[in-house]
Design a protein around this ligand. Structure first.
Ligand SMILES: NC(=O)c1ccc[n+]([C@@H]2O[C@H](COP(=O)([O-])OP(=O)(O)OC[C@H]3O[C@@H](n4cnc5c(N)ncnc54)[C@H](OP(=O)(O)O)[C@@H]3O)[C@@H](O)[C@H]2O)c1
Length: 331
């Protein structure tokens, strides 16, 4: 059976381009005991994949040149040599960028019946869990506090904004377009928003939006946006380092404001985390996210690009902000 896959052709310098990826026609291998054949339905493209395209060590093993790119995906079982899954089942898991994947059934999870399977890649999947544990465990927001979220209109960011609102906080979202910011305010109830691409004085805009200072800063982007936020932290503020997308394409280390004086005088803390550290508590997180989602307390947005061949383009679009909410490819 014919298959198509997308491999890492070369390590990008700066922004990935079409040359970073190679499309290859292959054959689907025979199934071994315990394995299933999946027809790809949806592929999740995620910012952290850029880190895996570098040679150096990061928290996930780098892709080798010629290796198939892999990320979260949803597929339909078309053939099964597992007792646990049958043809027609819809499952999610870590899958190759292929039109068909052979996977061991024990690494796959059935998607939740009655809900769109794409939620397993976004609000009820890793991005949702990242928002949940990052905000609640590290950010520890309390009712009445001010929470600032960068990358606020992305998959993680918009979930953070809503959980912070559910906890009774005043939420300030920072995103890269007026349309995204309108969505955050009108659809998600975010109290104030700032467009970091058009605002000249980010510090001034943040100061106005946070008259009592910033109690929790959930940072998805780093760089200049964070430099403008740090001087506004209040006493015992918590800074959650979730992502630094503004520097993922940089070839040199970023130099910016030194956070130590602000952390010191405010007895504040700054903590990074990788969501897999919370794996033993995923069931708790998913259960709470599902309850909020199915009762309408938690909304989500998705940007769906159609066509397997557009997977690299959808990935590259994350770095220019093409997506509102979770960026997904419909295979
Ligand atoms: N720690 C963890 O375990 C963990 C897990 C998942 C994700 N993350 C991190 O969380 C962040 C969000 O991930 P996501 O999956 O939800 O992606 P996302 O926010 O849905 O998509 C990326 C967004 O980043 C913004 N962006 C791109 N370049 C930027 C720049 N130079 N400066 C400011 N904003 C920029 C864009 O929105 P604008 O239009 O607003 O620019 C874009 O839509 C990423 O940094 C990711 O690496 C961390």
């Amino acid at each position: 059976m014919q298959n198509k896959e997308i491999r890492l052709a070369s390590r990008p310098s700066g922004m990935p381009t079409g040359d970073t990826f190679q499309f290859v026609d292959t054959e689907v291998p025979e199934l071994k005991e315990g394995e299933v054949l999946l027809r790809s339905l949806f592929i999740s493209v995620d910012p952290y994949l850029r880190g895996r395209m570098r040679e150096g060590k990061s928290y996930v093993t780098p892709f080798e040149i010629g290796q198939v790119i892999e990320s979260g995906g949803v597929g339909e079982v078309v053939e099964s040599r597992s007792q646990n899954l049958k043809p027609g089942d819809i499952v999610s898991g870590q899958l190759g960028w292929r039109t068909y994947n052979v996977a061991n059934a024990k690494h796959l999870m059935r998607t939740i019946p009655g809900l769109s399977p794409t939620t397993a890649l976004g609000v009820l999947g890793i991005p949702g869990l990242t928002a949940y544990f990052g905000l609640l465990d590290i950010g520890q927001p309390k009712s009445g506090e001010t929470v600032v979220v960068s990358g606020a209109a992305g998959s993680v960011g918009m979930t953070v904004c809503q959980i912070a609102r559910l906890k009774g906080c005043s939420v300030v979202g920072i995103a890269g377009s007026d349309e995204k910011n309108r969505y955050l305010r009108d659809e998600l109830g975010v109290d104030a928003t700032i467009n970091y691409k058009t605002t000249r004085d980010m510090f001034g805009a943040l100061k106005e939006a946070c008259p009592n200072g910033v109690d929790v800063y959930f940072d998805n982007v780093g760089g200049a946006v964070s430099d403008a936020t740090l001087p506004l932290i209040s006493d015992r503020a918590r800074i959650v380092l979730c992502g630094q997308i503004s520097i993922y394409n940089a070839d040199k280390l970023d130099v910016g404001l030194r956070p130590q004086p602000f952390l010191l005088i405010h007895s504040a803390s700054m903590k990074g985390f990788i969501i897999t550290q919370y794996a033993s508590r995923f069931a708790e997180g998913v259960s709470q996210l599902v309850e909020w989602f199915t009762t309408g307390k938690l909304k989500h947005a998705e940007t769906i690009v159609e066509g397997f061949e557009n997977t690299p383009k959808a990935f590259i679009g994350l770095f220019t902000g093409e997506n509102l909410g979770k960026q997904i490819v419909k295979v």
